[in-house]
Design a protein around this ligand. Sequence first.
Ligand SMILES: N[C@@H](CCC(=O)N[C@@H](CS)C(=O)NCC(=O)O)C(=O)O
Length: 292
Amino acid sequence: MTDKTDYVPPKVWTWDKASGGTFANINRPIAGATHEKALPIGKHPLQLYSLGTPNGQKVTIMLEELLALGVAGAEYDAWLIKISDGDQFGSGFVEVNPNSKIPALMDRSGPTPIRIFESGAILMHLAEKFGAFLPAEPAARAETFSWLFWQMGSAPFLGGGFGHFYAYAPAKFEYPINRYAMEVKRQLDVLDRRLADNEFISGKDYSIADMAIWPWYGGLVKGWQYGAAEFLSVQGYSNVMRWADQLLARPAVARGRKVNRTSGDLSGQLHERHDAGDFDTRTQDKLVEAKT
Ligand SMILES: N[C@@H](CCC(=O)N[C@@H](CS)C(=O)NCC(=O)O)C(=O)O
C-alpha cells in the first residue's frame, strides 16, 4: 500500500466544505431545499425531471420502449435538472424527491398527481401501470425484481465507490481503488455468469431489470464510464459485452440514452424532450443551442 495516512478522526465530524474532488460543491450533509423554484409542467401525462446519467437513462429508455410498443399514455416531457448547478435543491424538485436526486417523475395522468422517486420505483411504477417489461408469471417476475434490486444495491459500489475514487477524488488512493475495483469486477462476473445462460437478465424476456442494469454495467464494458474499460479488463466479460451490444442496437435504447444528456458528442445529446420529433437533428440542434 502506498497511501499511508496519519489522519485520526476527530471525536465529532464537522463539515469541510472545501474537501476537494469533483462534485464537492454539491455535496452537503443536510437535506431540504436551498431555494424557491417551481418545476415546469408540460403537456404530457408524465413529467420527468432528470439528467442523462446512467440513473436518468434507465427511465428514458423505459419510456422510449413503451412508446415504441405504441403505449400512447407513456408520452412524456423530460425536463433538464442540472445537478452541478444545484437544481436538485430547488423547492419544486424537493417536493417530488425529498432525497434531491434525479430521476424524479410526476404521473399526472389521474385526478391526483403521483410523485415517484428512485429509478427502480419509477421503473416498477411504469411497468405495472402499462403492463409491460415485467413478466406476469410469478417465477419470472420474482427474478426480474431480484435483479432490479441487485442493481439498486450494487451500482453505488460502482459509481460512489469505484468511479469516485478512480475518476473524481482529489488524489489517487490505492486502498479504495483496489477495494472497489475488486468489487466491481466481482459484480461484472455475476452478470457474465448470468448472461452466459440467459439472453436477458431475468431470463428469456427483455425487462426493466435490463433497463436498470444496462446504463451502468453496459456503459462500463462499452468504455463510457470513468475511462476504466482497460483498467478493469472488461473484454474478459464476453457475455456482458454481447448483451450490451444487443441492447444498444435497440432504437428505443439509443433514443433513451440521448434524452437529458449534456455531455459527450453533440449528436448524442437531447437536453429536453417534449415530443417524438425532438429527436430530429434540426430540432435537437435548436434545443442544444438554446440551453448552452
Ligand atoms: N438510488 C438513486 C440514485 C440517484 C442518484 O444518485 N442520482 C444522482 C445523479 S446519477 C444525483 O441526482 N445526484 C445529485 C446529488 O447527489 O446532489 C436512483 O436510483 O434513483
